[in-house]
Design a protein around this ligand. Structure first.
Ligand SMILES: [Zn+2]
Length: 139
């Protein structure tokens, strides 16, 4: 994931500055302008298209993906159609997910109970990580 420049002054120096409404926010070091990924170009869009499709394949609903990524469920449905993404039909278990920073993530994995009997994947999300977990044998 890379960003080209500040949408306000085009400077190439900016820093990550928290996550607002599930969007990574950046601060331009030159003009102090705050911007989020929404104002950025196509590269970032592609990044979120990939993330959205990934989550769709992992069994999350459009509304859930909308909540996590801050992308309208309509866009996600359109991407699923556009890229012709199909996922297997019946799954009798549904994933749960958490958004964690790297410290929380390492604490999570230190507790064996969290990963016992479950499948877990971790994917980067802005400056945090998303952990998706399946508990196959629990209803
Ligand atoms: Zn700027």
């Amino acid at each position: 994931m890379s960003i080209n420049s500040c949408p306000n002054c085009n400077a190439k120096e900016y820093i990550k500055s928290g996550v607002i409404a599930n969007r990574q926010r950046y601060k331009c070091k030159k003009c102090n302008y705050y911007f989020t990924v929404n104002k950025l170009g196509k590269k970032i869009d592609d990044y979120y298209v990939n993330k959205a499709l990934q989550l769709h394949l992992e069994g999350l609903t459009y509304r859930e993906i909308e909540r996590i990524l801050g992308i309208s469920h309509v866009s996600i449905m359109n991407w699923v159609k556009k890229y012709n993404v199909k996922r297997p039909q019946s799954t009798n278990y549904h994933p749960t997910y958490k958004i964690l920073n790297s410290d929380e993530l390492s604490r999570y994995f230190m507790n064996t109970d969290n990963v016992k009997g479950a499948g877990v994947i971790v994917t980067e999300l802005g400056d945090k990580f998303m952990l998706i977990k399946w508990e196959r044998f629990k209803e």
